[in-house]
Design a protein around this ligand. Structure first.
Ligand SMILES: [Zn+2]
Length: 114
């Protein structure tokens, strides 16, 4: 099985399915299932029942996972959807864009909003 080349916070383009053509940022990579959760993509509505923690019922919208094959990484350098390659440099394995050959910098995690 090939290694998953996508990481959290990567910007991706949806290439198939109902959200085809939309872009978003990866919120979570589900390695075992080879799926990703992309912000604002593949939104499903869920009905919530009242529970101990919640006094009212209602509908919440949340992202449901997408198969990794349905998204393509958008290169931060050339801004186009691309395939990812690897390049070894100073004992570090960097992801590179196969279009412009530039290293895809790891996106810094945004600090938690509190
Ligand atoms: Zn590029």
């Amino acid at each position: 099985m090939t290694k998953i080349k996508l990481q959290k916070n990567d910007k991706v383009l949806v290439i198939s399915g109902k959200d085809k053509g939309k872009t978003g940022r990866i919120e979570r990579v589900i390695t075992k299932k080879r799926e990703v959760i992309v912000s604002k993509i593949n939104i499903v509505k869920r009905h919530i029942k009242p529970s101990q923690h919640r006094s009212v019922s209602g509908v919440v919208e949340s992202e449901s996972p997408l198969a990794i094959s349905k998204v393509a990484l958008i290169c931060p350098s050339c801004g186009k959807p691309t395939r990812v390659g690897y390049q070894k440099k100073n004992n570090e394995k960097n992801r590179i864009c196969k279009r412009c050959k530039k290293v895809i910098e790891k996106t810094k995690e945004e600090p938690d909003k509190k």
